[in-house]
Ligand binder design. Structure first.
Ligand code: NAD
Ligand code: UFG
Length: 338
């Protein structure tokens, strides 16, 4: 079975390509390398000993997409390609709506034209930003978010649900990821943020390597056990395995399946810093700074539906995430740049 992966050179995409190739799928990737490097694809091939057909193309380029679908005849698509920085989306909303929403529409139209009926879509826990009751289950979805990036995820989910409603042969898994962290245990592939990392753990890893002086902890006055923000961190390899399980589910079914992919555990910023210090043996200097605008106190998953219907259960804990993140950072201090 052949899977076309959009955004397959990126952080979650590259780890998912490893999981797919190891599970016996054939894989082709479309990525414009806007936020990634071809080196990641080469390393996936090296890790698995298998080939990936790679197209450096934009998903908004319809003629190119049609050529690729005609040549590859994929059985299913996993759609990662998107812009994903929350803060940047506030400054550049039109770029985000253009890439994420038009890109998803262009993909759905191409799938329709070529009769491809299976899709796994990268959604996000950002769709739960307004929810107060924890843990959040798939029904907690409230059609409200705090930023343009979040809106693109809500809109794309709705566009996909409507498209499925109109074509009962379509089978789609909407996967709502919580906070992916870590890297492949080999240290060959991992997250390679451009510039100053927006997210907690890539920043922590750069403090450990000496690239940044200290971490700013954004707020210690939240109503949480130590006052710092609580999130549901999930090892990127567990997340990748979740895609293989979701693909199996839609291969046999049709309609829309929505799943939280998280660990079900909330961990605070200071607990993550401590876990990283233990896993790396490095001290992480930090200062307490004001809250980051738009942040919420806590969000963690009710992950029971994915467990019940997909047999999905995380195998790696926060210590494993930190150990593998540090292994990647230490081996690749400049990411994929040599
Ligand atoms: P990433 O930036 O590492 O990967 C996205 C990839 O898509 C990159 O390789 C980029 O070059 C490519 N891309 C972007 N626009 C494209 C376009 N128009 N045409 C072709 N390729 C394009 O990000 P990631 O962390 O791997 O995220 C993957 C998906 O998961 C995204 O849809 C993101 O919104 C979603 N997600 C990520 C997180 C997270 O914390 N990392 C959380 C929830 C959801
Ligand atoms: N934090 C710091 N200092 C930093 C960075 C983050 O204290 O330098 C704190 C935040 O305030 C928050 C926690 O660490 O309490 C996690 O922050 P991240 O930026 O790592 O993650 P978020 O939960 O804010 O957002 C991420 C992605 C979103 C996605 C969301 C849910 O960036 O795109 O997870 O999946 F929507």
């Amino acid at each position: 079975m052949k899977v076309l992966v959009t955004g397959g050179a990126g952080y979650i995409g590259s780890h998912t390509c490893v999981a797919l190739l190891e599970a016996g799928y054939d894989v082709c990737v479309i990525d414009n390398l806007d936020n990634s490097s071809y080196e990641a694809v080469k390393r996936v091939e090296e890790l698995t000993g298998k080939k990936i057909t790679f197209y450096e193309k934009d998903i908004l380029d319809k003629p190119a997409m049609e050529e690729i679908f005609a040549a590859e005849k994929p059985d299913a698509v996993i759609h990662f390609a998107a812009l994903k920085a929350v803060g940047e989306s506030v400054a550049k909303p039109l770029e985000y709506y253009h890439c994420n929403v038009f890109g998803t529409i262009a993909l759905l139209e191409t799938m329709k034209k070529f009769g491809v009926k299976k899709l796994v879509y990268s959604s996000s826990a950002t769709v739960y930003s307004s929810v107060k009751e924890m843990p959040v289950n798939e029904q907690s979805f409230a059609y409200v978010t705090t930023n343009p990036y979040g809106w693109t995820k809500i809109m794309c989910e709705q566009i996909i649900r409507d498209t499925c409603h109109a074509d009962p042969e379509l089978a789609v898994a909407l996967l709502r990821y919580f906070n992916p962290v870590g890297a492949h245990p080999s240290g060959r592939i991992g997250e390679d943020p451009a510039g100053i990392p927006n997210n907690l753990m890539p920043f922590v890893a750069q403090v450990a390597s000496g690239k940044r002086e200290r971490l700013s902890v954004f707020g210690n006055d939240y109503p949480t056990r130590d006052g710092t923000g609580v999130r549901d961190y999930i090892h990127v390899c567990d997340l990748a395995d979740g895609h293989v399980l979701a693909l199996g589910k839609i291969t046999d079914g049709n309609g829309v399946y929505t799943y939280n992919l998280g660990s079900g555990q909330g961990t605070s910023v200071l607990e993550m810093v401590k876990a990283f210090e233990e896993a790396s043996g490095r001290e992480i200097p930090y200062v307490i700074s004001p809250r980051r605008p738009g942040d919420i106190a806590e969000v963690y998953a009710d992950a029971s539906l994915a467990e019940k219907e997909l047999g999905f259960k995380t195998k790696r804990d926060v210590y494993d995430m930190c150990k593998d993140l540090w292994n990647w950072q230490a081996q690749n201090p400049n990411g994929y740049q040599k």
